[in-house]
Design a protein around this ligand. Structure first.
Ligand SMILES: Cc1cc2nc3c(=O)[nH]c(=O)nc-3n(C[C@H](O)[C@H](O)[C@H](O)COP(=O)(O)OP(=O)(O)OC[C@H]3O[C@@H](n4cnc5c(N)ncnc54)[C@H](O)[C@@H]3O)c2cc1C
Length: 295
């Protein structure tokens, strides 16, 4: 399908982007890699009059650790996160998730900021960032604000970001010592597919290596937004991570998610897959073998 005509702007700085957003009063649309936006424009779901390119803005670039905190610029691509040496320890699940996004071309072009701001309930980078307790930094005409990622997602395609704001960067704290993470994604095929269900787990273990001191679990594709599975976390904390404990956690996760039936899968199937994937992700954190799972 042909794109509707639009004006294109290519500002070289964040200040310039904010100035344009202010002048356009809600009629300007930001574009980063364009892998979500251009599809929506081609399908005539969106027809912005003014498109503002972010790809030259230096403030939105960079991936680095400083004093135990990870900073990921909004323009960092999935490809950059796949093998970034800084993503080690608890942060490794970010690489694990980035490797499962789309295809080589999509990972090269698509950015973390675009993935979060598009606010798909199936966005692959959301669950691992939620379990890591990430915060997003938004810049607007009235200054900046840093909010937890958990309060960023409001519904499908809807976030806390205002029309005159830009997502500048994501901050991720270090996981507590003795933490291990896993990210599992189930699609209908091995690549180029959005998650039917995804599960990110971050477990902090006691000295004995089998008792769960702290659990963070997030689910993708099974609620209007990526979801923290807080009841499942509670069910795990203080418990021995043995067979029955893991099975119980899978069931609690299945009970607390809110999947819908759509053209890609039924709610019943998604709920059952949450049960299976949660249990397997916990096993993976413990270094136990799991069957080949998803993408
Ligand atoms: C074939 C195909 C396969 C895909 N597979 C997957 C997959 O497996 N997993 C997955 O999660 N996604 C997938 N996607 C979706 C997409 O590639 C990702 O969500 C990608 O990260 C979007 O980033 P982008 O830079 O291309 O965003 P864009 O398309 O440029 O922007 C997306 C939205 O975010 C806004 N935006 C972008 N950056 C900012 C910012 N810094 N501040 C404020 N607003 C901003 C834009 O205005 C737009 O509304 C796929 C897409 C395609 C076309």
């Amino acid at each position: 399908m042909r794109l509707k005509t639009f004006e294109f702007f290519d500002p070289p700085s964040l200040a310039y982007v904010l100035d344009l957003l202010g002048r356009f009063e809600g009629r300007g649309k930001l574009i980063a890699g364009g892998t979500d936006l251009l599809v929506q424009m081609k399908n005539h779901l969106l027809a912005p009059e003014k498109v503002i390119n972010l790809m030259r803005v230096p403030e939105l670039k960079g991936l680095e650790e400083k004093s135990g905190e990870l900073r990921i610029g909004a323009l960092v691509s999935h490809g950059q996160m796949e093998d970034a040496p800084v993503l080690k320890g608890g942060w490794e699940i970010l690489s694990e998730a980035a490797r499962k996004v789309g295809s080589v071309q999509i990972r090269h072009r698509g950015t973390l900021g675009g993935n979060l701001c598009n606010a798909s309930p199936s966005a692959d980078m959301a669950p691992p960032l939620l379990v890591l307790g990430a915060e997003v930094n938004l810049a607007g005409a009235r200054g900046g604000r840093r909010i937890p990622l958990e309060s960023f997602f409001l519904g499908p395609g809807n976030t806390a970001i205002q029309p005159d704001e830009v997502l500048v960067e994501v901050f991720v704290p270090e996981a507590p010592p003795h933490s291990r993470g896993a990210f599992l994604k189930l699609g209908r095929r091995k690549s180029l597919d959005l998650a039917l269900v995804s599960v990110a787990v971050l477990l902090t273990l006691d000295e004995d290596g089998v008792t769960c001191r702290r659990a963070r679990i997030a689910l993708g594709g099974v609620a209007p937004t990526p979801l923290r599975a807080k009841q499942t976390e509670k069910a795990l904390e203080g418990q021995r991570l043995d067979g029955p404990g893991m099975r119980r956690a899978g069931q609690v996760a299945a009970d607390e998610c809110q999947p819908i039936s759509d053209i890609r899968a039924s709610a019943i199937y998604r709920r059952e897959m949450v049960r299976v994937l949660t249990e397997r992700a916990i096993k993976k954190c413990l270094g136990l073998p799991i069957p080949p799972t998803g993408i």
